[in-house]
Unconditional design. Structure first.
Length: 262
């Protein structure tokens, strides 16, 4: 008896499928696809106050809350691709040295009285914001503030601007799981070091980097890091102004990383 293929009409013919299936090619495509999911290193450099340079492995540079000379810190000698501004105060929005070359993303309207909704991607960086206040009186004293969320290299990096209050449940939910939190701790015009510790307990970031606090050159009257880290054992002092990290190098348990401003 003549043997015939054993399959239903219109069904799956394994013999025929095997002739067109190129397993080595599929394996190559899978490897390329998997490699595209691997993430590079991010560098975070602190220039003092709330001003950081965040740089992706592809060289995209983000400058946060550019400081002015009145803060006591030297001006950053960088030319970023993007500048983000959490609120319109002189020590956070000094863009004049950059001659309109970077893309400037403002978290508030130019009069500083209301929020701008940010949801955009610049090169390899996705940027969004969360609405908050500069004080604990619903903005009646110091106005609104935008928290910026940066997603790059598989990391979620959050810059809190001049946050002035403990977060609401809705804000915590929107911020999500944070890898690196840049958080003000100096008090007076932002949350205090004690409130900053409450916010850490709310958000549970893998790494927290304090900002907006008193240093030897800062001209503002603020708390130093002393009270912020007083009861913390998971503190790493870098001894420099730069932290390099990747998705794979994140700590297993939360830690506080203190950067120098120079």
């Amino acid at each position: 008896m003549k043997k015939t293929a054993c399959h239903a009409q219109g069904g799956f013919n394994l013999a025929k499928y095997g002739q067109v299936l190129n397993l080595p090619l599929l394996l190559f495509v899978f490897i390329v696809f998997w490699s595209s999911l691997s993430f590079g290193e991010v560098t975070i450099k602190w220039f003092g106050h709330s001003c950081f340079l965040i740089e992706s492995s592809q060289g995209t540079k983000i400058l946060t809350d550019p400081l002015g000379e009145e803060t006591g810190y030297p001006l950053p000698e960088v030319m970023p691709d993007i500048i983000t501004i959490s609120h319109e105060h002189f020590d956070h929005n000094y863009v004049r040295p950059y001659h309109n070359r970077p893309k400037v993303i403002r978290g508030l309207t130019t009069d500083g009285k209301d929020w701008e909704r940010i949801e955009e991607t610049v090169k390899d960086v996705a940027i969004s914001n969360v609405f908050t206040y500069h004080d604990n009186k619903g903005g009646k004293k110091d106005g609104p503030n935008s928290i910026f969320v940066f997603q790059l290299e598989g990391l979620r990096i959050v810059h809190m601007g001049d946050l002035g209050h403990i977060l609401s449940e809705e804000q915590i939910k929107v911020l999500g799981q944070i890898d690196v939190l840049l958080i003000p701790i100096g008090g007076v015009t932002t949350i205090s070091p004690f409130e900053a510790n409450e916010v850490l307990d709310q958000l549970k970031p893998k790494i927290a980097i304090p900002m907006h606090y008193k240093t030897p050159v800062c001209t503002f009257t603020l708390y130093s890091t002393k009270h912020f880290i007083k009861d913390r054992t998971n503190v790493r002092k870098m001894g420099s102004n730069t932290l390099s990290l990747s998705k794979d190098s994140l700590p297993n348990s939360p830690e506080i990383v203190i950067l120098d401003y120079e």
